[in-house]
Structure formats: C-alpha cells, structure tokens
Design a protein. Structure first.
Lengths: 774, 416
C-alpha cells in the first residue's frame, strides 16, 4: 500500500455528521474498555489495508492539528489526538454494521488469545478450556473471521483433547472443524464429574463427516443444505465408563487383553455377570436421569464409540455393541433401560472378538476406553413400531461391480427398509438392495421371480410395546402399516411382471408387493446425493469411506462415517491362462474383490453335503467350534477354508456360524454352493463380516460346482487324506465332515495358488510349485 | 465344464424321428427341418451416457403353414441363432399340438438386460420393432414375452409398431399389460393347462385323483398355481413342495394357500411350520398320485428315474426329463404328460389375447378358463389317441400329432 505523504484531510473537512458518528462509535467502543487499544489497532490496520489512510499520515495529521491549536507535540497528546482521528476516519468510512463487525473481531482476538494461553498451559483444566472456548464463541460469529491459519493450532489442540488424538484423524479434522464447531460439539458432550475422557472414534467420525459435508465456513452445496441432516446426538465421554470401572474396583479388567485366548473366552461370561451387578456412582446416575428427562420419550440408540473404533483402517466393524432402546414410559424405567444398554456397550470392550481383533491388528497396548454416542433413532412411529423409511451403509468404492458398465469410483449402497441393522449383518436368506451409484437402477437380477428372491423379506423395527428390536416379515409390516411413502419402497407384481407404482397416491396391492426401492432411486435425489457425499468425504479423508445412513421423510441422515483401509483394494489382477485342466482345483464366476494368494499349504474342507445332513442345531454349532480349533491349529500356516454357503450367517440352515475370530487365519474363505443343497452365496459386500475379511486380507470366493461353466474338484476335497487327526489327535471331525488336506503331500509338492479378479468376475485356484509361473 | 451341444441339432433329430414314424416324404421332411424365414438385424441404440451400442438380433419364423408365426422374444447375452431356431421349431409343434391356428417363431436379442437401464431397454425394444415392423403383424408374426422380456417391454414394442403404422394394432404382440389389451387368466394359464391335461389323463388311464396326493418341484409361478389349482380343481392333497433352497414335506397334507403365502413372505419354503425338510431327490421319490416338475431341466435322469413312484408326471417345466429317463418311466408305467403339451396353456391364452384384440371384445375370466379347458382337453384326446394307435408313449405321440398337422398344412398349401 502506498504511503500517503500529505495529511488526508484538514480539520475543515470534518463536518458535524462525522463528529456525531465518531462520538457514537466511541460510545460503542466504551462497552469494551479493556480492549480499546486492540480495537483501534484493528481500525487502523483496516484503514491502511483499504487504502484510506496510513499510520504515518494520521500521525502527520495529529502533529498538524496540535500545531494548529498551539499545543506542544508530546507523545501523550499526540496519541490522544491520533486515537480520536482514527475514530473519526473509521466512523466516516464504514457503516454501522461494519463497525460492529470490526469491534467483534477485536473481541474475538482477545478471547482467542486467552483460549490459546489456556490451551498451551499444560496444567489447564478441561473446565478452563471449556469456559475459554465458550467465551470465545459467545461473541457473535459475524462476517469477519480470524484467519484459519491463525486458529489452526487452537483447533488441533481442542480436537486432540476432546475428540481424538489419532494423528490421521486430527490431520483431516483440523481443516474442517472450526472453533465454533468444537463449541457446538461440546455443548452436546456430557462429562463425568471425576473423569474427563474423549468422545471416541465413532462420534468423532460422524461429527467430522457432517462438517465436511456442510462446512461452517466456505461454500455449501445447496443440495446438501436441503437434504442432509445428522440425528440429534449426545456424547458421553469415556470418563463415564472409566469412572464406572474405578468406582466398582474393576481395574483388573484393563489387563484382560493380555491373557490367553482361552482365558479371555472363558472369563468373559464372568465379566458380563460382574458388570451386570456393578453400579454407576449416584451423581452419575442423577446425570443420566436429568439427561433422559431432557431428551424425552424418543427411541435411542446407544452406540459404542471407543477411542480406537473407526480409526483409519481399523473399523472394528461390529466388534463393539450398539444397543437400541425404546426409551418410553416412566423416567425410572427408561433410566434402568439406559444403564443396562451402557453396561452392554461397556462389556463389549472385554469380549473375545474385540480383544482378538485388536491383537490381530497390533492395537493391544493402546489404552482402549469406551465412550458412548447416544442418538435419537431416525424414524417414525406407526402404532407400536418405530423405524426409518430406509437405512443402510454406503461405500465410496464399489467393489461389487458385476458389470463393466459400473463405475467403481461412484460408490455403492446396501440399503434396507427399516433399521439398518439388516444391512450390516449377514442376515440369513434375506437380501438388502444393492445399488451401484453409477447406475442406481441396474441390478444383477432380471425377471420378477429373481428380483423377488433377492429382495428384502424381513424388516427390523423397534417394537415400543415390547421395548426391543424385533424382526418382522415385510409382508406383515406392509399389511399392518399404512406408510405414506410406500410408493418409494415397493414394486408390485402383476401378471408376472414386477414394476414400481406409477403414481404417488396409487392404491398399492401390498400382498403382491416386494421391496425394491425403485421409485426411491429414480424419483428422489438419494442416489445423486449419496454419490456426491461419498466423493466429498473420500476426497477429504484421502481414502475410501463407509457411511451409515438413513432416509426418512425426504431427508438423508448421516449416522456414521469411517475411513477404510485404502491399500486393501487391489486391482488389475491378470488371471493365469492355459492352466492344465488337471491342475485346476476350482474356478469361480462371482468374485467380489480381486486378490492373489500364493503357496497355500493347507486346504480345509467343511463338506457342504455332510453339513446339510446334520439334523440338530447342536451338531451344526459344533461345526463352528471345529472350524475355530482348526483355525488355531493352522494359525502360522497359509491355509484356505472351503465350506457351505454362507460363512458367518446367523442362519444355521444356510451355513456355518462363525465369527471373525474363528476364521481370522484363513487366507481364502470360499463358499461352495451346490445347487441341490439350495444354497446361495450372497454378495455380502458391506456387512461387518465382509469388512472383517477385507481388513484381515482374507479373500472371499464363491464357487458354484453345478454351474456348467465352473470347475470344482470335489473328488480332491473328499479323496485326499485328511491330516486333521495327526494335527489334533482326538479331535472329532464329525464323521469326516471336517477335512484338512496337506496340499503338497497330495500334489507332488505343489501348493495351491489362487487368483481372483473382481474386474473379470472370474477366479481360479490351481496347483503349482512354489515360484512356478502358472 | 459342460459339453457343447447344439439345441437346433436336437430339434432336427426329433423331426427326423417323427418323420420316419409318419412316413413323411423327403421334401416335407426337409422343409420341416429348417426355418422358413430367418431375419437378422443390427440395432444401433443410444445409451444413457451418449454413446451408441450396436446390438445383434434375430427373428425366426419357423413355419407359418398353420397361421402367423407365434413365439417370444428373448433378451439374453449368450443368445445364438441356433437356440432361437430350435425354440422356434418347438413353438411350431406346441401351437400345433393344441390346435391353435398359428405357426411357430422366436426372436432373440443378444444383450444383457442386467446392464441396461429402463431407458436403454425401451430404446432397444423400439429399435427391434423398427427393424422388423415389415415382418411382424397380426397376419404375419406375433411376438410375446420370453426370457428377460416383460409386459412393459411388450407395451413399448406395441406402441412403436402402432406409431409406425399410425393405427391401433394391439394384437401385434401378446403378453401385454391388461390395460393395453392383455387377456385375463394369463397368470395361471400354464399351470391351469397342465391341470386340465392331468384331469383328462387320470380319467383316461383310470387313476383316481380325488383324495390323491401331489408333490410340486419348483415353487415359482407355475408350481404355486399347480399346487393351488391341484387342490381346487383336482381335489389333490399337497404333501410336498420344493424350491431352490430346499423342500417341505407333510404326509398329512400341506395347505397350498398357506404355503404360497409363506413363500411370498419369507422367499423360501424352508421353515414352513408343520412340515419336515425334504430334498429335491427325496421329493421325486415320494409315492404320490401326481408329480409336477415345475422348474428344472434334466431333473429326472437315468440315475434317479427308477426312484419315481408317482402315477402321473405332469411336466410344467421345459425339458425336465431326459430321453433315457423317459424310457425308464415308461417301463414303470408312469403316465408322463410331455412338456410341450402340459405347459401349452400359456401360448393358448396368448392366442386368446390375440383373438380378443382382433375382435376388440374382451372375455371374462370364466370364458378364458372354459375355452382353455376345451383346447387342452381336445389336445390331450388327440395325443392319447395317437399314442394308442401308434403304440407309443405320450411324448412321441404329441410330436406325431403336431408334426403331422403342420405337414398336412404344408401339403394342402401345395408347398411340397
């Protein structure tokens, strides 16, 4: 800025109006007597910045005026006169609104400096930080801000103290979460009176996602403003559950994770019982009561939000519990239900599946603490039922691209009617709607029969009368509930043809309806919105993301967001050509993801036909136990696990009930679907179970032996000697149902090599010597 | 890996065998071995992303001696002209065996409907009609829905045809939605036709149906209606049914309506209360009066045919019995109602749709049922008499009836 050498104006330029404005401005400034100097500094800097006048010329003006009135030009008199001139200049050139904004800026700077001082003092209490932030945010936001670069340090400090100190998270969050966002968040945080804690990964992920989608500063997408919401959320810091353990003398639980797998499994039942009997301190219980009274009778979900959970690359999918509560009726009843749910979430920290997951991912030494995210369940009440119109899980990358037309980078949805629980679990013979966001209306099934077969048959809802989550047939729900948005959910079969209703208020024959969401996908902005949201989140996180969502009354609710491990998405696998037929063990034509596993030494075969013949639940459960034992026996070997479709299902008729911890050492998890057994591997991409496989580098494969285009050497599986009895003498293989084959012994030293290509939707498992090209 | 086989070669073999039995002259025999008209078209279709894709399509008018060609349009990625030729031949025999004044045809488009949006499907449907309009029409060739084509696609096709001609021609396509001139009674036509034929066969062979039992393999549209109508019309008790996920069995009887409702709710039969699980193989071996194979091809094979204990096997599915199994069933004295007779109810009601369109007068449901009954009963009688006079089983007899009729029409026209 050029310095103005001559005085900007002489006293004759000042009129009565200017003096009146200057007087009013001075009067306003006097409301903040402690920061008069700071305010004038900002005024002067702004006058200079805008080229109106500079400090030098004001000083010259002052000197001239002193000379004109015959007073000595001492520093004190000069300063007083310069202050007056700054006020007059400012009042003359800025309107009242601008003046207010600049005074506010001075106030913000002052409060910000205080906040910075407190944040940098190691001994500062969280309450002091809290108060300083609150004081800062009590100043209206206005239109003139402290530059983002200046406040970055404070933002990082606040995020680390209260949300998460995981560096990858902080690295992203600092760009999107402002000081005022932190204040808004902290208004929703409930603190334990004795222990501080943080709000944990899941809560952090959701809050950050919302701020990325709808930033406080900077341009906002009008579509997002119109449609995107987050549910009312409250954050109970990890301090509550730490305090709970402390006050019940349960410190020893923190060392549980270092015990052997067997002991962890054995003692978990006892831990559950002890936590069940333990009590929260009375002042904390009062806090819970007060919270419930304030929030009223609205169904709640108590979501685990541990410090490690949803950390980048370690999603802890389904490892910790989330609990729905009806939250209806008398306060004391609601309180007891709420406390029960908190205990259940806490207990899950000590569950074998969670601890073993941490062990597998080298997270054992982290001091894991559990906080809780309490959200009002998104949905509407219909009679005794409460549920959202639709919910599910969305991915920014679509590995389930069953046709080359689908753009993998556009993302995909796994969507259900009702609560999203059915979208994230493997749910027996039921199917969520899989939506490729590049082509939302395409689906791998054609024809009414197939579409009906692969559609959702059951809906999860909250039964407010029973105070629990229940699963009811979709047909019953459609009959019972007159949902105003049914038009968007179903297609109706007529004369063998399935089509979505043509008109919004058309009478729908629910007895012939099946859930397809065709109208939701074609007549609402949901698909486009999700695609944009996923793109924006992936860009911000710098890696693929997974978002849990609900759609209710025309609004899209973001319930949760996690960053996925980027490195797991392998592409460009070239399948070996011309493998001699006698070297092929299997081929498959449905590959969800690409991957290569070389030199597999052991093949474990759980004979699907023998499994089908088992008649009792106990027998079928015992298969899961054998799989777990074999998994341990082979934990330092490379092995592939083959068995009935579907692994990990909750329906014992369909497949073997196993958890992540039971198969975590397998490198290939193959589902063998014999047609005569009526089994159907499900495209389970997006379930917790699938996430576990991907994170643990376990590659899923689906084999259809009866498909004329496929190969499956059942004779190899059943004909080669099983070494199970020598590996584990005395272990019952259930009459040969469970077989462990040492591949090199049966294949002249060759190992099993597996290549799967998601792009080509093909895969092959063949025998070759170590290092031998196919 | 599957062995490569050519369906058209099989169709020709069947004609050869019938020609021999019928003593057809060489010219007639040769004429019937080949489609009379094959049209191959190339369809450029604008895709949603602005690009243009070229689709290859066929229409085969196999034989029109008895009337305009009749047959569905298939949309399938692995479509081949030989498949379409074979299916067109079988349509010729099917319309002939139920004695409706139509020939046989079939169409195919090589495409993967799973990869097409609704807009792209519509443009493809219209492109097909634009390319073939000159060869279609109520007096030339009347297409219908088939693999992966739907009433909606038929509606687009009809609209395109009418737009080209500038006049109302609903009869150019059958299988249309009701509001655009579809026929009542189409939903259960295939199963109902099979039920009428079963009733006639039972009466003819002295098999008592009242109080008898039935098992249904495959519980899709045809299987479900077979169970319901088997109860209502034939007085049979459903004891077992199966679908791709397993079956259910109760020797004391299963309510067909309850089972249909359960299947619609849960998507499967498995878990139906008051019934025990049963596999497809076990179901085939049940001692029932009537077995309805209603889903799979090659279900009854040389290795399991000896297990069958039913008295009547009504083939609602296409090709459920292999030729080797056929011989075994014949040896066991099981009455096999061959597929192209037993499941001809569908094409018969398609023909009714065409008739109603032509008259612009639409029948009530009872009239459709009455006329279907008459057609199916008549067809069975003809086939039965042929089997008696020739001393052969019903499948061969049905071929002989059908091929003889077409051959006669060709002769009378002076073609051969």
């Amino acid at each position: 800025m050029d310095q103005i050498a001559k005085p900007y104006f002489s006293i004759t330029d000042v009129c009565a109006r200017d003096l009146i404005l200057a007087y009013r401005l001075y009067h306003e400034m006097l409301r903040y007597p402690n920061i008069l100097g700071e305010i004038r500094e900002i005024f002067l800097a702004t006058l200079c910045d805008k080229g109106i006048v500079c400090a030098e010329s004001i000083r010259q003006d002052g000197l001239d005026q002193l000379k004109a009135i015959g007073e000595p030009a001492d520093e004190e008199s000069l300063k007083g006169l310069m202050d007056a001139l700054i006020d007059i200049y400012f009042a003359k050139h800025f309107n009242w609104e601008e003046i207010g904004a600049y005074i506010n800026l001075a106030r913000k700077r002052d409060a910000f400096n205080l906040l910075n001082r407190i944040l940098s003092a190691e001994e500062a209490s969280w309450q002091e930080v809290r108060d300083a932030l609150r004081d800062f945010c009590a100043i209206p936001q206005g239109s003139i801000y402290i530059p983002p670069g200046e406040s970055m340090g404070a933002r990082v400090s606040l995020i680390s103290r209260f949300i998460s100190d995981q560096l990858p998270f902080v690295g992203v969050a600092k760009h999107y979460i402002s000081l005022r966002d932190m204040n808004e968040l902290m208004e929703k945080i409930l603190w334990d009176p004795r222990r501080r804690g943080r709000i944990g990964g899941k809560a952090a992920g959701m809050f950050l996602a919302y701020k990325i989608i709808l930033p406080r500063f900077g341009p906002r997408d009008p579509d997002f403003e119109e449609y995107v919401r987050i549910p009312e959320s409250h954050y109970f810091t990890s301090g509550f559950l730490t305090d709970f353990l402390d006050s019940n003398n349960l410190f020893a639980f923190h060392s549980q994770k270092y015990k052997s797998r067997e002991v962890i499994e054995e003692e978990f039942g006892k831990i559950e019982q002890i936590i069940e009997k333990a009590v929260f301190p009375p002042d904390v219980v009062s806090q819970f009561r007060e919270f419930l009274e304030k929030i009223g009778e609205h169904p709640l979900i108590i979501r685990s939000s541990s410090l490690l959970e949803d950390n980048f690359g370690h999603t802890f999918s389904g490892k910790y519990d989330s609990v729905f509560i009806a939250n209806q009726g008398e306060t004391e009843l609601r309180l007891s239900e709420f406390i029960q749910a908190l205990k259940q979430v806490l207990t899950s920290v000590f569950s074998p599946k969670a601890i073993l997951y941490r062990r597998d991912h080298n997270l054992l030494d982290f001091d894991e603490r559990m906080s809780v995210l309490v959200q009002k369940v998104v949905g509407r009440q219909f009679g005794k039922y409460f549920f959202p119109f639709a919910a599910g899980v969305a991915f920014s990358r679509n590995i389930y691209s069953w046709t080359p037309r689908i753009d993998k980078n556009a993302g995909m949805l796994r969507m259900v009617s009702g609560l999203g629980t059915r979208a994230v679990e493997r749910i027996g013979a039921d199917y969520p709607r899989m939506v490729a966001l590049s082509h939302p209306m395409l689906r791998p099934e054609v024809g009414a029969e197939d579409i009906k077969k692969y559609s959702q048959k059951y809906v999860d809802v909250l039964d407010l009368g029973k105070r629990s989550l229940v699963t009811i047939p979709a047909a019953d729900l459609l009959k019972e509930v007159d949902h105003p948005d049914l038009f968007y959910a179903v297609s109706v079969e007529k004369e063998g043809h399935l089509s979505a209703p043509l008109f919004r208020h058309q009478q729908i024959d629910t007895s012939s309806a099946c859930i397809t969401f065709d109208n939701l996908l074609s007549k609402t902005p949901i698909a486009g919105l999700m695609r944009k949201i996923l793109g924006k989140l992936e860009e911000a996180y710098g890696r693929p993301v997974e978002v849990e969502f609900a759609w209710e009354d025309g609004k899209l609710y973001v319930l949760q967001c996690r960053a996925l491990a980027a490195s797991k998405l392998v592409e460009g696998i070239a399948l070996p050509k011309d493998v001699p037929p006698d070297r092929v063990l299997f081929t498959c034509s449905l590959c969800l993801i690409s991957g290569v596993v070389r030199d597999i030494e052991y093949v474990v075969y759980i004979d699907p036909k023998a499994y089908k013949r088992l008649s009792t639940v106990e027998e079928r459960l015992s298969v899961g136990r054998i799989v777990r034992k074999i998994n341990r026996l082979l934990e330092d070997k490379i092995y592939a696990l083959f068995g009935p479709a579907r692994w990990g299902t909750n329906d014992l008729q369909l497949g073997v009930k196993v958890g992540y911890e039971d198969i975590n050492r397998a490198r290939i998890l193959a589902e063998v679907a014999f047609e005569a057994l009526g089994s159907t591997p499900e495209p389970s991409f997006g379930t917790h179970f699938f996430n576990d496989l991907i994170e643990a580098d376990i590659i899923p494969a689906a084999i259809y032996p009866d498909d004329p285009e496929s190969i499956f050497r059942e004779d190899f599986m059943l004909g080669c000697p099983s070494v199970l009895s020598s590996l584990a003498p005395g272990l019952d293989d259930l009459g040969g149902l469970a077989r462990v084959i040492h591949v090199p012994s049966c294949q002249h030293g060759r190992m099993l090599q597996v290549c799967l290509s998601g792009e080509e939707q093909k895969g092959i498992g063949f025998f070759a010597a170590k290092g031998e090209p196919a | 890996m599957s062995e490569q086989f050519n369906p058209f070669a099989i169709a020709q073999l069947q004609i050869d065998q019938a020609a021999l039995k019928l003593g057809l002259d060489p010219a007639t025999h040769e004429l019937l071995r080949w489609p009379m008209r094959e049209i191959k078209v190339v369809l450029p279709v604008r895709m949603d992303d602005g690009s243009t894709r070229i689709f290859h399509a066929f229409r085969i008018q196999y034989n029109t001696a008895r009337g305009p060609a009749k047959g569905g349009i298939r949309w399938h990625p692995q479509e081949t002209i030989d498949t379409v030729r074979a299916l067109a031949a079988w349509m010729t025999w099917k319309t002939s065996v139920v004695d409706i004044p139509l020939g046989g045809g079939k169409g195919g488009v090589i495409c993967n409907p799973k990869e097409l949006s609704e807009g792209e499907k519509e443009r493809l449907a219209r492109a097909y009609i634009r390319a073939l309009a000159q060869s279609l029409g109520v007096t030339r060739d009347v297409p219908a829905p088939d693999v992966y084509t739907t009433p909606q696609i038929m509606a687009w096709m009809m609209d395109e045809y009418e737009t080209i001609l500038g006049e109302n021609h609903p009869g150019v396509i059958t299988g249309k939605p009701l509001v655009l001139g579809g026929s009542k009674g189409r939903n259960d036509a295939t199963a109902r036709g099979g039920i009428y034929v079963t009733r006639e066969a039972a009466a003819t062979y002295g098999i008592s149906l009242s109080g008898g039992t039935m098992a249904v393999q495959g519980f899709g549209n045809a299987g479900q209606y077979a169970a319901l109508l088997g109860e209502q019309i034939l007085g049979l008790k459903l004891v077992a049914a199966s679908d791709s996920r397993g079956g259910v069995y109760n020797p004391n009887g299963i309510s067909a309506a309850a089972l249909v409702e359960y299947k619609q709710k849960s998507g499967a039969l498995k878990g139906f209360p008051d019934a025990t699980p049963i596999s497809n193989e076990e179901l085939l071996g049940l001692d029932v009066t009537v077995l309805f194979p209603a889903a799979l091809e090659n279900l009854i094979r040389e290795d399991n045919a000896a297990n069958l204990k039913c008295k009547i096997c009504c083939e609602l599915a296409n090709g459920p019995t292999t030729p080797e199994a056929d011989r075994i069933l014949e040896g066991k004295g099981i009455v096999v109602l061959p597929d192209f007779l037993a499941n001809a109810g569908g094409v018969t009601v398609s023909y009714f749709e065409q008739v109603q369109n032509a008259y612009n007068l639409y029948w009530e449901l009872q009239e459709v049922h009455w006329r279907l009954d008459k057609k199916m009963t008549g067809a069975f009688r003809e086939v039965y008499e042929m089997s008696q006079s020739r001393g052969t089983h019903l499948r061969e007899a049905a071929y002989l009836v059908a091929i003889a009729r077409v051959a006669e029409a060709c002769k009378l026209r002076g073609w051969v």
